[in-house]
Write a protein that binds this ligand. Structure first.
Ligand code: ACO
Length: 323
């Protein structure tokens, strides 16, 4: 059988940090309100001329370095993004070009905040069916470009960044110990599209538009949806939350993370939280959290790691990884 094994993880955050106090100079808000409602203290903002593919490239290079691999060994690039450089080509094609690769395939996955989890599940299927050997899965966003900086209900929540993981197909004996991506579960329910969306686009307005959100509605659905896919993944692998070494949730809001942890019985000590420093970086949030926890030595080889995300669509998904 084939296993999709984790070879390396990387991340990148733009240099410029915007604190809650900085935001309070732009809109009617306060550090106290933002911290209390979301747990966010600061976010990184991409510089002018710094594009999603630039962020993705650095995260990818760092992941390659960790894996001890050359870019030429990659034959699949999947980029989860909702803020592509251009309408087309795919940001994945631009990353491929910047990495100097001309072989294999590269494409974007548009599942908003769930883009990385959807990308991991997609790459896992490619590897397990022999369609590719070494996959680079990236979540990268310049969310700051689609924010309405006059709307305090949304502009305080997001940040820019990128994270990347390298998965490699390894052929092993049928009774080999579990390793890599064990199981994933993906869901979409488009009936909720108008609770979190961008009010512009190619076919509708021929403009970029701004992010719009009914925050309370998103909040109401988040914990239940996240729990559903996590329970699905656990039941398919015969595991319980007690088997988990690490829970790496989508970093949208500390209250959603806490709510999911409580519902599932996952202690805070096993939960990776970066939302305080990164805010919600959409598809980049999970790989950035994986990168941070891998770099600081918390996530180690052999650990059982649950990732999950939920976002616009609604889309939601989870994957269980033996690191
Ligand atoms: N600063 C100060 N006051 C604010 C701000 C702000 N930035 N934003 C809203 N308010 C005010 C509102 O105007 C309202 O005032 P009013 O009572 O006078 O009308 C008051 O604060 C309460 O507003 P609510 O929207 O009810 O606040 P709530 O407690 O629901 O918190 C929040 C809002 C943080 C957006 C919350 O609903 C939430 O976290 N929702 C989840 C959404 C989310 O995380 N989305 C991320 C994208 S989706 C994803 O990634 C899963």
């Amino acid at each position: 059988k084939i296993q999709s094994v984790v070879r390396g993880v990387g991340g990148y955050l733009p240099q410029r940090i915007m604190t809650n106090d900085d935001l309070a100079k732009i809109v009617d808000t306060s550090d106290e309100w933002i911290v209390q409602r979301t747990g966010i203290r600061q976010r990184h903002i991409a510089a002018e001329g710094e594009y999603t593919s630039d962020l993705a490239l650095i995260a990818a290079q760092r992941a390659l370095e960790k894996a001890g691999m050359d870019a030429s060994e990659i034959d699949l690039i999947v980029v989860g993004t909702t803020t592509p450089d251009r309408t087309f080509p795919a940001t994945a094609a631009l990353v491929q070009q910047k990495l100097g690769i001309t072989k294999g395939s590269a494409f974007d996955v548009q599942a908003v905040c769930s883009g990385f989890v959807f990308g991991v599940a997609t790459a896992d299927s490619y590897l397990k069916t022999g369609m590719a050997k070494r996959a680079l899965v990236i979540g990268a966003e310049t969310a700051s470009r689609i924010l309405d900086w006059n709307d305090r209900t949304t502009c305080v929540l997001f940040g820019d960044g990128a994270g990347a993981i390298i998965l490699e197909a390894q052929e092993v004996a049928d009774d080999a110990p579990e390793n890599g991506i064990l199981v994933s579960s993906l869901r979409t329910d488009g009936s909720h599209w108008d609770k979190l969306y961008v009010d512009g686009g190619v076919s509708t307005t021929q403009s970029i538009g701004h992010l719009r959100m009914e925050g309370r509605e998103v909040f109401k659905h988040a914990v239940g949806m996240i729990s559903d896919v996590i329970e699905d993944v656990l039941s398919k692998t015969g595991k319980t939350t007690e088997d988990l070494d690490w829970f790496v949730p989508h970093q949208a809001n500390k209250r959603i993370i806490d709510g999911a942890g409580r519902k599932l019985g996952i202690p805070e000590a096993k939960t990776i939280v970066t939302v305080d420093k990164h805010a919600n970086t959409s598809a980049a949030s999970v790989p950035l959290a994986l990168w941070v926890a891998n770099e600081d030595g918390r996530i180690k080889k052999g650990d059982l790691v649950m990732i999950e995300a939920m976002g616009g669509g609604f889309t939601w998904g989870a994957a269980l990884i033996r690191w």
